[in-house]
Design a protein around this ligand. Sequence first.
Ligand SMILES: Nc1ncnc2c1ncn2[C@@H]1O[C@H](COP(=O)(O)OP(=O)(O)OP(=O)(O)O)[C@@H](O)[C@H]1O
Length: 259
Amino acid sequence: MTDDQPPGLTVRELRVAFDGFTAVDGVDLHVAPGDLRFLIGPNGAGKTTLVDAVTGLVQATGSVRFGGRELLGRPVHRIARLGVGRTFQTATVFEHLTVLQNLDIAAGADRRPHTLLRQRRGVPPAVEEALTTIGLTGHANRPAGTLAHGQKQWLEIGMLLVRDTPLLLLDEPVAGMSHAERDATGELLRTVAADRTVLVIEHDMEFMRAFASSVTVLHAGRVLSEGTVAEVRADPRVQEVYLGHPLPAATAGRIAEEA
Ligand SMILES: Nc1ncnc2c1ncn2[C@@H]1O[C@H](COP(=O)(O)OP(=O)(O)OP(=O)(O)O)[C@@H](O)[C@H]1O
């Protein structure tokens, strides 16, 4: 660390405006390494815009610090080189290349083109490790295009792991997945988050309840609530936004006891 910031992702007073409309309105957020933080909120709350600001896709004011460095104001590729990785709702893998080739290319993202083309003996340890983590060792030589939907998402996460990405921002990683794929993805995220900083945008509340270690609720560009799953669920402001009214006292009490 090059300054006295706590490790992890620290967002301060983040603001993003589009033609006078403020989509992110003064957000403060800290995600520590080892945390598996879910970012939830109704449609239009500003979740994707916040992640866009962190990754340099939209202009923002305030501060976003990671690894002792300010990210705001840097171009997208420089932010990626500082260890910030992102997935989108639709996996962006090279469909005609094998799983192994996809990982190999990602691992060499910072290598020069001529070294990328050079024939290499064996599988690099980082690629081998990522294959095991994402559970695709048995599919290493399959074209990525033939993988199931969930497996493509895992491959994309693997492509961030081989690049040794300490901050992962994942946009609805389980959208369109089966129950079994969702559970496997949850376990994968737990493993990944053990020694990394992970922020997951999610609409799937069941998945969030099962796997989040902490939750930030965004509403109208602001942080509405933050805490454990139970704390956030017991918050009347969150119930109001999601249900249109607070929960009956008995139900709210039961949830609060879990907190
Ligand atoms: N490029 C843009 N130009 C103008 N307005 C935008 C732009 N991108 C997003 N917005 C607006 O900013 C607000 C926040 O959008 P954002 O996509 O960040 O919300 P979200 O919480 O990710 O929603 P969802 O869950 O539906 O994906 C919305 O009102 C949206 O219409």
